[in-house]
Design a protein around this ligand. Structure first.
Ligand code: 8YV
Length: 333
């Protein structure tokens, strides 16, 4: 026992962030990316004071069982549906996430996916790489769906949704949104977004981007019935969480051309992808990388480290972790 606090970092991370942590902690950092079972998470957490976690690592009553030592878990992400907040709060464990620093990059990527799906970028590239262009191309081949001038719908209008909406100005797109609660008028004005009920959003959107948090209530928020309300020419984009879309129902709608195209960055049960989606050419698939720009991933890792260090009394913000979800637990330490 060195007397130093211990931290588990469950995903490979930037060396300079690990070095910062190592000034105050014994760092147990995973060198390779892998999925941990609940038993492995429990075992790791038993031996540490803090953890920096990937979103695949679930922390709940089971993984906290018998743990008297753990003080802080910091998620490498804004979403924290992997954390059972009541269980953490009961156990006196502080939870932190990385809001805001990723808003603009995730919004950029949502647009990238929307444009790629609408204009068939992935399928066209696969066709070209397969050497098929040499056989010629008809004037009416590769027809996609326009983006400019169409109605952009956003389901879930938090800070990322608002960043997505702001980008619509340059594309001359009216924006409609649905959210659990309506935004204050000033925010609506700034985002140029008009509130509609969910059914109207589904019916009127030419391009619909999902960016709502995952919860029991948002599970399969877009399933067969909701897809049935959408235009046949519509494009659906999910940068939120797998499980918000019923991927099996989506595959059927795409195969039957009841929806023009989709783009998914997240999947129910990822890294597994529903096999029916893999067979389709009118869906763009990407491996949960909406926040993965150099600057943003560095900012996320830095913020997660800031939270842990501050929570445990180090650095300029000692005692005041910048983005804690349940700061009230610190009074019980
Ligand atoms: C992931 C995300 O954190 O922030 C979130 O909630 O889903 C992403 O930014 C990131 O892809 C690492 O898994």
């Amino acid at each position: 026992m060195t007397g130093k606090l211990k931290i588990w970092v469950s995903r490979p991370l930037f060396p300079d962030v690990l070095a910062r942590l190592a000034e105050h902690f014994d760092v147990d950092a995973e060198a390779i990316e892998r999925k941990h079972s609940p038993e492995q998470v429990r075992e790791k957490l038993l031996g540490v004071d803090a953890a920096l976690l990937g979103l695949a690592d679930r922390v709940n009553a089971q993984t906290l069982e018998g743990n008297e030592r753990l003080r802080v878990v910091a998620n490498l992400g804004v979403g924290y549906n992997n954390l059972d907040m009541p269980a953490l709060t009961r156990g006196g464990v502080l939870a932190c996430n990385t809001p805001d620093v990723l808003n603009e990059s995730v919004a950029d990527y949502a647009w990238a996916l929307m444009l790629a799906a609408a204009r068939r970028v992935g399928a066209a590239e696969r066709w070209l790489r397969a050497g098929q262009w040499s056989g010629g191309m008809r004037f009416d081949d590769w027809l996609g769906v326009d983006v400019h001038g169409k109605t952009l719908g956003i389901l879930g209008m938090g800070r990322i949704g608002q960043a997505i909406a702001r980008r619509a100005t340059g594309f001359d797109m009216p924006v409609i949104y649905h959210n659990r609660s309506r935004l204050p008028e000033a925010v609506e004005r700034e985002s140029r977004a008009v509130y509609v009920d969910k059914a109207s959003l589904l019916r009127q959107s030419d391009h619909l981007i999902l960016v709502l948090p995952y919860s029991r209530e948002s599970h399969h928020a877009v399933g067969a019935a909701e897809l049935g309300l959408m235009k046949r020419s519509a494009v659906l984009v999910n940068v939120a969480r797998g499980g918000i879309v019923d991927d099996a129902a989506l595959a059927v709608a795409l195969r039957e051309r009841r929806l023009a195209a989709a783009a998914l960055d997240v999947f129910e049960g990822e890294p597994a992808v529903h096999p029916d989606l893999l067979d389709l050419d009118n869906v763009v698939l990407s491996p949960h990388i909406a926040s993965a720009s150099e600057d943003t991933r560095r900012a996320m890792a830095g913020l997660a480290a800031d939270n842990v260090l501050a929570a445990l009394g180090f650095g300029p913000r000692a005692g005041r972790p910048p983005t804690a979800l349940n700061p009230e637990v610190m009074a019980r330490w």
